[in-house]
Design a protein around this ligand. Structure first.
Ligand SMILES: Cc1cc2nc3c(=O)[nH]c(=O)nc-3n(C[C@H](O)[C@H](O)[C@H](O)COP(=O)(O)O)c2cc1C
Length: 176
């Protein structure tokens, strides 16, 4: 196997990480040896990779600032290799907001950053009220209420479309 692919993620409650782990499995099935690191890991030497995949979730309308800092500070490197970006959020549970050109967070993200990855995707995440501390729970309930989603705090729904993750992995293999 060639060790040329790395996935970097930012995940608070684990759903983006779960998607990254599935992509890693899919890529390795196709012979792409893939490393997986948190964006917080500062020990990674990115120069060894020819394909860099970045996955990040949305919290209160934005991707983690470390993702943005990483992209801005690694721009030169990112422009010399194949790159992939995907966003995970709950608005993407809506069919009319689940593509890079229709998801408001992805649209805004690329308006504000000087980077054009080879591939971009967006996945619906997970709603799990039990996991959220009081303030976040109330805020998510409010977000769900305005976007006509479930507001019952017993709700635990994984909206992620795993078939979409699989076909995205195939697209990644195609550009690798
Ligand atoms: C505190 C908090 C704020 C969130 N804010 C948003 C938001 O503004 N828009 C949205 O679509 N989803 C929002 N979400 C939903 C997350 O993007 C979704 O749960 C995702 O699966 C989280 O991924 P992670 O577990 O990798 O962090 C929020 C979730 C939490 C817990």
């Amino acid at each position: 196997m060639t060790k040329n692919t790395v996935i970097l993620y930012s995940s608070t409650d684990g759903q983006t990480l779960k998607i990254c782990q599935e992509i890693k499995v899919q890529l390795e099935l196709k012979g792409l040896d893939t490393d997986l690191f948190s964006i917080d890991d500062t020990t990674i030497n990115l120069k060894q990779y020819s394909l860099i995949i970045i996955g990040a979730s949305i919290r209160y309308g934005v991707h983690h600032k470390k993702i943005i800092q990483f992209i801005n500070s690694s721009k030169t490197l990112l422009d010399t290799v194949k790159t992939v970006f995907f966003s995970v959020n709950l608005v993407a549970r809506k069919p009319e907001k689940n593509t890079p050109s229709t998801n408001p967070y992805v649209i805004k993200f690329f308006k504000n950053i000087d980077w054009k990855p080879t591939l971009v995707e967006v996945f619906a995440g997970k709603l799990d009220y039990k996991k959220y501390p009081f303030f976040d729970r109330v805020m998510i309930q409010f977000i769900m209420w305005i976007t006509k989603g479930p507001t019952n705090t017993d709700t635990e729904i994984e909206y992620t479309d795993w078939k979409k993750v699989q076909s995205f992995s195939e697209k990644i293999v195609a550009i690798a």
